[in-house]
Design a protein around this ligand. Structure first.
Ligand code: ADP
Ligand code: MG
Length: 277
């Protein structure tokens, strides 16, 4: 059974501190949901777990079954069983969908083993059908010209094929209509087992109608500020996040780009001068 442990994690991007002490433990068989307002660092956390080179960890640890994840390259992390379904999957012209997944699956096998093409095709076709995707998909370039919903289903297709041990689904619900959400939800739910730990990142409670999560966390300003169960999710759905901010005394902080700051300062100075007159 896999265990991912994140302890006191701090990370920055382009010199800006985004994660400010994240603590989270995910065991196999568990489903966790992280909710939270826009721009609080949810996708940053996902990127840092996978080792996106743009993000620098300045403090804290991430381990998978006791192994130091931060010490691994992104491909090693993937081979160790970490998987991220991205909020905005990239288009890769020139690489077909099936080649991409085949390469990823082969990379996980020991040198002396080779993926059986027959088994691969059978499993791939089955997954395409279960996700109700177009059958021309294997031959199309990775995500190129895919609709938002098709890209999201394609991420789940990869998950079905790669069978990760810890899967992070970042806003898998965005861009999906209700029918697609239902299909994605059913497919993810079907994959649940004691050897898979799930982390769902979402804005909306709606996703959790389709994939149930026993552990619900709220992220604000780069930290998990509150954890609970389904009740917490329901309360957020009804009342938003303001009550949590009030309860914890969190002020809204808005990051003001430098030139905008100058304009604001400028207009204040003007106002001050006018008032003096
Ligand atoms: P969320 O997923 O919770 O909406 P993100 O993790 O995407 O939030 O972003 C958190 C903050 O980090 C935002 O202020 C965002 O602008 C900033 N940020 C994230 N990635 C980058 C990046 N690559 N370059 C600059 N700023 C970034
Ligand atoms: Mg995000």
């Amino acid at each position: 059974m896999p265990t991912l442990i994140i302890k006191n994690l701090y990370a920055e991007v382009e010199g800006k501190e985004i994660l400010k002490g994240v603590d989270l433990t995910i065991n196999g068989g568990e489903t966790h949901a992280i909710m939270g307002p826009n721009g609080t660092g949810k996708s940053t956390l996902a990127s840092v777990i996978m080792g996106h080179p743009r993000y620098t960890v300045t403090k804290g640890t991430i381990t998978l079954d006791g192994e130091d994840v931060l010490d691994m390259e992104t491909d090693e992390r993937a081979r160790a069983g970490l998987f991220l379904a991205m909020q905005a999957p990239a288009e890769v012209p020139g690489v077909t969908n099936s080649d991409f997944i085949k390469t990823a699956m082969n990379a996980r096998l020991n040198d002396d083993k080779k993926l059986s093409l027959f088994k691969f095709i059978r499993a791939y076709d089955k997954a395409v059908k279960e996700l109700k995707m177009n059958e021309d998909l294997p031959h199309r370039y990775l995500n190129e010209g895919f609709s938002g919903g098709e890209k999201k289903r394609n991420e789940i297709l990869q998950m079905k094929m790669l069978k990760p041990r810890i899967a992070i689904l970042d806003e898998i619900d965005s861009g999906l209509d209700i029918d697609a959400l239902k299909i994605v939800g059913e497919n993810v739910t079907e994959m649940k087992n004691k050897n898979l730990g799930l982390l769902l990142i979402t804005h909306y409670q709606r996703l959790l109608d389709y994939i149930s999560a026993e552990h619900v966390h709220v992220m604000m300003q780069g930290r998990i500020v509150k954890s609970g169960s389904t009740e917490l999710m329901k309360k957020i759905d009804e009342q938003g996040y303001d009550w949590i901010k009030e309860e914890l005394g969190i002020d809204d902080e808005r990051v003001i780009p430098e030139d905008e700051e100058r304009i604001i300062l400028g207009s204040c100075a003007t106002r001050e001068a006018l008032e003096k007159e």
